[in-house]
Write a protein that binds this ligand. Structure first.
Ligand code: URA
Length: 241
């Protein structure tokens, strides 16, 4: 069956379709040994030999898909929502049956991985394995040094004391009376960062997950996504506490 070259490359997980179009225009893609720079060129995945950066692209229809979404606020992290609210799956249109890896609250934005690899989901969300996650949280008012130390050392939320965290003030906006703090934790309790802030008496104005491990969403516009590279998938599955 013939399909457009950029769609074939994207389906094989090379990059998003838009990025694959750039690669084609840059002359990085060959079909049967010839560089092709015309967007929309049709290829037959069964018979054509397609290379990207001189590496043969395999039609990995059976391989797993890993997507990094920069989730905007207002979307729920479920596959289907009983109240018919917008879900993160509405932002990621693929033919694959993806599920979110862990969750972000409806009013939290930022890095969220989606995949169809059940083992990956199990491994990454298992409490023993929890990878570092970095959040940028904007709170009302100022945050004292002692409060930062409390967050770092662990605070009581529900029946539980949080594990040591990395915490740093990155911006104080006196005019707006707001402080922005970056917090890195490796646990994933329900609404953990919000509860940690509540525990030191702070009101959260905005919460954004900027990184999962070392994988950052700063280059992805809100509501957009890209495929994870193989190295990034390995970085996440190989991370240990
Ligand atoms: N902590 C929270 O409070 N909310 C999230 O969505 C993620 C972490």
């Amino acid at each position: 069956m013939e399909i457009r070259l950029q769609k074939y490359l994207a389906d094989c997980g090379v990059a998003s379709r838009r990025k694959c179009e750039e690669y084609i225009l840059e002359g990085r893609v060959k079909v049967n040994g010839q560089v092709v720079t015309t967007l929309g060129t049709k290829v037959d995945a069964d018979t054509d030999k397609i290379e990207y950066n001189n590496v043969l692209i395999k039609d990995n229809k059976n391989a797993f898909t890993y997507i990094l979404l920069n989730k905007p606020i207002g979307y729920v992290t479920t596959v289907e929502d009983q109240f018919n609210r917008d879900t993160v799956l509405d932002l990621v249109k693929t033919s694959k049956r993806l599920v979110p890896v862990g969750r972000l609250d409806m009013y939290t934005s930022g890095a969220l991985i989606l995949t169809d690899d059940g083992d990956f989901v199990y491994k990454v969300t298992h409490p023993k394995h929890e990878i570092n996650k970095t959040y940028i949280v904007t709170v009302k008012g100022t945050v004292e040094k002692e409060e930062i130390e409390q967050l770092k050392n662990g605070v009581q939320i529900d029946e539980y004391t949080t594990k040591p965290a990395k915490v740093k003030i990155i911006n104080i906006n006196e005019e707006k009376n707001q402080t922005r703090v970056v917090i890195t934790i490796h646990e994933g309790r329900n609404r953990q960062v919000r509860k940690m802030c509540e525990a030191i008496g702070k009101t959260v104005i905005a919460l954004h997950r900027s990184k999962i491990g070392e994988i950052d969403v700063k280059d992805i516009p809100l509501g957009k996504w890209r495929y994870l590279t193989e190295d990034e998938v390995k970085h996440i599955t190989n991370s240990k506490l």
